[in-house]
Design a protein around this ligand. Structure first.
Ligand SMILES: C[S@@+](CC[C@H](N)C(=O)[O-])C[C@H]1O[C@@H](n2cnc3c(N)ncnc32)[C@H](O)[C@@H]1O
Length: 356
C-alpha cells in the first residue's frame, strides 16, 4: 500500500480533534434531530433576519429547552452561528438540509447502522455482523433485506441506488461500445441496470443473478417497463461456489457487488464470472475504491462504509483498495484491459479480459 495520512498536527489540535471523535455519535444525533424537527429549515426560511431561540422554538412547535440545547450544539457542529443574539444557518447546515448525498448518508447511518454499531467490537472479534441482530437472526443483511423494517429498507435502497443511479448513465455508452447482445448482471438487485440497458439498446438481453427477495422487487419493476421478454431473473445464493454461472455472455457485469464479499469469495465469483464469458467477452467491475477518490470526504465515507460491511452486512467484506481487486482479477485468470476513473460520484470501472 502507498503512504496515506500524516501526523503533523499540533498537540493542541490533535487533542481537540480527539474530543470530536469522543462525542461524535451524540453530535451526529443532534444534527439529525435539527434537520428532522425543522430547525435547519426554519433558519433557512428566515435567513435574512436570523432567529432567536424563542422564535425558533415557536416556529418549529418545539419545547424551548430542547431547541436551546440543539442550537447551542449546532454552534460547535458549525452548522449554525450566532450574531446579535440571532441564530443563522452556515453553509454546512445548508448541506445538511438540502444536499441529497448528505441526507442519503445520514439516513443510512441512522436507520441501518446506528443501533447495530453498539456491537462493532463483537463484530470485529467474531468476524460476524453482530449488529444485524438488532433486526433479527440472519447470516448476512442481503438475506434480510426484503424483511427489514420499512424505513430501514428504504434507507438501504436509497443509499445503494443513489450512487449507482448516477454512475449508470455514464457507463452505458462504454458497455455498449462493442454492441453486446447478452449481459449477465451479477447481483442485479432491483433490476435498475438491466432496465437501463434495455432502454439504451433495443437488442440487449439481460440475465440477473440475485437472491429471491431482491428478484421479487426486480420482477415487479421489469413488468412495469414491459421488459419481461428481455430480462430474466435467476434466484441464486452466489456464496455457493459449487454452482457455476449460466453461460455464455458478451458481458458479465458486477456493479457495487464485489464489495459485499470476502476476498476468498470474490476470487470464486470472478472465476465463475470469467467462465461465463463467450470468446470475446469481458467482465466489467464497477466499484468505489477508497484509494481512487478525488475528495477526502469520499475516502472518509468509504472507510465508514467498510465498518457497515463488518458490523451489519456480513462481517467479512469492505470497500476495497483498488490494489486488492487487481490482485484478485489476476488470480482469477484475467487481466485489466482498460480502467476508467471518476465515474459518477466515486466509481472506477475495470474492464477485464481472460488471459489467453
Ligand atoms: C450493494 S448491492 C448492488 C446492487 C446493484 N448491482 C447496484 O449497482 O446498485 C449488492 C447486491 O448483491 C446481492 N447479493 C449479495 N450477496 C448475495 C448472495 N449471496 N447471493 C446472491 N446475491 C447476493 C444483493 O442482494 C444485492 O442486490
Amino acid at each position: 500500500m502507498n503512504d496515506y495520512g500524516s501526523d503533523n498536527k499540533s498537540a493542541q489540535q490533535a487533542r481537540s480533534d480527539a474530543q470530536k471523535i469522543a462525542f461524535a455519535p451524540m453530535m451526529f444525533q443532534a444534527a439529525r434531530v435539527m434537520r428532522n424537527q425543522g430547525i435547519l429549515n426554519a433558519l433557512e426560511v428566515n435567513r435574512a433576519k436570523g432567529m432567536t431561540i424563542e422564535e425558533t422554538a415557536k416556529y418549529c412547535s418545539l419545547p424551548y429547552h430542547g431547541t436551546k440545547v440543539l442550537l447551542e450544539a449546532g454552534i460547535s457542529l458549525e452548522i449554525v452561528y450566532v450574531k446579535n443574539n440571532k441564530f443563522f444557518l452556515t453553509k454546512t447546515g445548508w448541506f445538511l438540509l438540502k444536499d441529497d448525498l448528505t441526507n442519503v448518508n445520514i439516513d443510512f447511518t441512522h436507520d441501518v447502522n446506528y443501533l447495530g454499531f453498539f456491537d462493532l467490537e463483537k463484530s470485529i472479534t467474531n468476524e460476524k455482523p453482530e449488529g444485524l441482530k438488532v433486526f433479527g437472526q440472519w447470516e448476512t443483511i442481503y438475506e434480510a433485506l426484503s424483511e427489514l423494517p420499512e424505513n430501514v429498507q428504504s434507507s438501504w435502497f436509497k443509499f445503494d441506488h443513489y450512487y449507482s443511479d448516477i454512475a449508470f448513465p455514464e457507463v452505458l455508452p462504454v458497455v455498449f461500445e462493442q454492441n453486446p447482445k447478452k449481459i449477465l448482471d451479477v447481483g442485479g438487485n432491483t433490476g435498475k441496470f438491466a432496465i437501463n440497458c434495455c432502454k439504451y439498446n433495443n437488442d440487449a438481453h439481460v440475465t440477473i443473478l440475485d437472491l429471491p427477495g431482491q428478484l421479487k422487487k426486480a420482477d415487479k419493476n421489469i413488468k412495469e417497463y414491459g421488459y419481461e421478454s428481455r430480462i430474466e431473473g435467476c434466484p441464486v445464493n452466489l456464496l455457493d461456489s459449487s454452482k457455476p454461472f449460466p453461460g455464455r455472455y458478451d458481458i458479465v457485469w458486477m456493479s457495487q457487488f464485489l464489495d459485499c464479499f470476502s476476498q476468498k469469495d470474490i476470487l470464486h465469483l470472478l472465476t465463475r464470472g470469467r467462465n461465463a464469458l463467450n470468446n470475446n467477452g469481458s467482465l466489467y467491475i464497477l466499484e468505489t475504491f477508497w484509494d481512487k477518490q478525488k475528495h477526502p470526504a469520499a475516502m472518509y465515507s468509504l472507510h465508514a462504509i467498510s465498518l457497515y460491511f463488518v458490523c451489519l452486512a456480513n462481517g467479512c467484506s469492505q470497500m476495497y483498495h483498488s490494489g486488492d481487486m487487481l490482485k484478485l482479477v489476476e488470480k482469477a485468470g484475467m487481466y485489466v484491459d482498460k480502467i476508467i476513473y471518476n465515474i459518477g460520484i466515486s466509481h472506477t470501472l475495470f474492464i477485464c479480459k481472460p488471459k489467453k
